[in-house]
Design a protein around this ligand. Structure first.
Ligand code: ATP
Ligand code: MG
Length: 635
């Protein structure tokens, strides 16, 4: 057991108090007792929040892969580090031990060096969820190249935009990727993207689908032969604590994606600490996070957090619906997964299907189940708790962002009593506050406000690549001296936090401040409703009125829509109050979502307003066709 593990509620409060009273001492101890450093820091933290300047473990020297891999070798070289579960259940899964991971990452690091990649160069990784994705990402970190992993579902223009924004010198991709019953032509997408990317000199291509692809002479190289002849001896680069580790673009739910820059030491300490405490990882547990490594959740809780703790982590190539809706549950059973971490969008999609899929499997290995990405509505929470967790696994509803590097607010399993839809309490080191419209900190409980953090934590992003001004303006200017998350929250009588949605999505109806999440939560409680999204639209008398987009379950689709609309409004009136009733309800077959599964409310808002002219940046949209459908079906 690591030395930073919290073991009871009293200890949580004690640790929390300590972390607030003397954050430097708190993080100093965690950092020095649990990691391998080439050189320790002169100062734990140095910051000026007003200027958005933050440094942790100043002047320390470290390599994160030494901490993820090398230091485990003596005691657990033969332990499985990564379980790879392919898209197709008929294909054998693979286990990669820490020894093998060390060898493969070292070889890959030497390949990158041999191709002229140096410390500080940017490398774009556009790979499916196969072992090479983890290995190339870690290889970049080993030599100090800055990885920019781009989710392998993005279009050529989205890939090109990300490559150009950070001027990547290399792209690592594969001949193709499997996703459910589809094969995706990743190399073709890269070729198309690179027509407009002058900075890219080399493309390394991993083999996955054996698709017949074009290799461009002088630019493209197959990865396997290079790895084959590379030495497996690689001395990790000595990195400064504040050297950038990676760039990762946000989901783009609210606008143009931001290239968040995370640096080395702080991110390492924070992801390791939060992984241990939020998931209660115990030696020999198998941890599975279903996110893609292309999102921050995958970076922090498939790769870095688990490996830093010497854990066994699952990389799953497939989707929850292939070959059928029992795939997740089958994988849990097959690998005896102990901690399972997924998103509300997946939970809702699976809850819509027959219970037989999940009930076929006992899922008795599970100990902790987690949720991330969006507010989890009450109905989905209960479904998850009852049918997946068997009412015995704490549900950790983890609130955080690409910008925060790791989880900030979450229950600690078996310690913090959970409450549906509440992310509950800030983790030690996180000084969460709510701010009112007048920019004052709200001291009371049972209030709503803008969720801010008033002291830096090690995992916070340091800047937006190439645009520090935007970083400062977006996160540190609205409430000077504080980090502003952009999310709103409610704090209940005991101090638990419930995320109510983005502050920009809050709708003021007749002077009442309504968050999107609690209203959607009430709508989703109606037995005929699968999912919903609400937005505001201008109204002569009320200022704003509410427009609801509602997806029905199969049972609801057969019913009279006018009656259903009335029932839904009655339901809202009963659960929240008549003030939150919807003026308009449109039944739809889907909602516009980002590729990470979040509802893009800004598009719905435009549709509700009847403004079809400019939907803004939609490159991260998963299902553009639904936008047309909703537009055409507008009331
Ligand atoms: P962009 O910043 O480009 O608009 P994004 O905010 O969707 O995109 P991410 O960093 O992937 O990009 O998502 C973070 C956001 O997801 C949070 O700000 C919050 O709105 C939401 N979120 C994440 N986890 C939770 C949770 N447990 N409960 C409620 N909301 C959550
Ligand atoms: Mg965001």
């Amino acid at each position: 057991m690591s030395r930073y593990k919290i073991s009871n509620f009293e200890e949580y409060f004690k640790e929390y108090k300590k972390s607030i009273k003397d954050p430097k001492k708190f993080w100093d101890k965690i950092a020095s007792e649990n990691f391998t450093w080439y050189q320790e820091w002169d100062k734990v933290v140095d910051f000026n929040m007003a200027e958005a300047e933050i440094k942790w473990f100043v002047d320390a020297k470290v390599n994160i892969t030494k901490n993820c891999i090398d230091r485990h070798l003596a005691k657990k070289g033969d332990k499985t580090a990564i379980i790879f579960e392919p898209n197709n259940p008929d294909e054998a899964s693979q286990s990669i031990t820490y020894n093998e991971l060390h060898q493969r990452v070292s070889k890959m690091a030497n390949v990158l060096l041999s191709q002229g990649i140096q410390k500080g160069d940017r490398v774009c990784i556009y790979l499916p969820m196969i072992p090479e994705l983890a290995i190339t990402t870690l290889a970049c970190a080993r030599i100090g190249a800055i990885h920019s992993v781009v989710f392998a579902g993005f279009s050529a223009s989205a890939v090109a935009a990300r490559i150009n924004d950070s001027e990547c010198k290399m792209v690592i991709t594969s001949d193709g990727g499997y996703r459910g019953n589809k094969t995706i032509d990743l190399k073709g997408i890269v070729d198309e993207a690179l027509v407009n990317c002058p900075s890219v000199e080399t493309v390394l291509v991993a083999q996955r689908t054996n698709t017949d692809i074009q290799m461009k002479e002088g630019r493209d190289l197959w990865l396997a032969p290079l790895v084959e002849k590379a030495s497996d001896n690689n001395a990790a680069e000595i990195m400064d604590a504040e050297d950038p580790l990676f760039i990762l673009y946000t989901s783009g739910s609210t606008g143009k994606p931001k290239g968040m820059v995370h640096t080395t030491a702080g991110y390492m300490v924070y992801t390791a600490y939060t992984f241990q405490n939020v998931f209660n990882y115990e030696e020999n547990d198998v941890f599975w996070c279903t996110a893609d490594i292309g999102w921050i959740t995958g970076h922090s809780y498939i790769l870095y957090g688990p490996l830093l703790n010497g854990a066994t982590t699952v990389i799953f190539e497939g989707v929850p619906s292939y070959p059928d809706f029992s795939r997740f549950w089958e994988v849990i059973e097959k690998h005896k997964v102990n901690q399972f971490y997924t998103a509300p969008t997946a939970i809702r999609a699976l809850a819509k299907e027959s219970l037989d899929y999940v009930q076929k499997y006992p899922l008795s290995s599970l100990k902790v189940i987690g949720s991330v990405g969006e507010p989890i509505n009450e109905e989905a929470w209960h479904w998850y708790n009852d049918h997946v967790g068997g009412k015995r696994c704490p549900v950790v509803d983890t609130w955080w962002q690409t910008e925060t590097g790791g989880i900030l607010i979450s229950p600690i399993p078996f310690i913090t009593p959970t409450k549906p839809t509440y992310a509950t309490l800030p983790l030690p080191g996180i000084q969460a506050v709510l701010m009112d419209e007048k920019r004052n900190e709200i001291e009371d409980n049972q209030v709503v406000g803008s969720l801010c953090i008033k002291y830096p934590w090690p995992g916070i992003a340091r800047t937006i690549w190439g645009d520090h001004k935007r970083y400062k303006e977006t996160y540190f200017s609205t409430f000077p001296g504080k980090y502003f998350s952009g999310d709103g929250a409610l704090r209940d009588e005991v101090g638990y936090y419930r995320i109510t949605g983005r502050v920009d999505d809050v709708i003021i109806v007749s002077g009442h401040n309504l968050g999107t999440a609690p209203i959607e939560d009430a709508i989703n409680e109606h037995p005929a409703v699968a999912e919903s999204a609400i937005v505001g639209f201008p109204h002569d008398i009320k200022g704003n009125a509410l427009y609801g987009f509602v997806i029905l379950k199969e049972t609801g689709e057969k019913r009279d829509k006018a009656n259903l609309a009335k029932e839904i409004n009655q339901h809202i009136a009963d659960h929240i109050g008549p003030i939150a009733k919807l003026d308009k309800i449109q039944f739809v077959s889907g909602l516009p979502k980002t590729r990470s599964g979040k509802i893009m409310r800004r598009i719905l808002r435009k549709i509700a307003e009847g403004d079809f002219s400019n939907f803004g940046d939609t490159t991260t949209l998963l299902n553009p066709e639904i936008v047309e459908e909703i537009k055409n079906g507008k009331l």
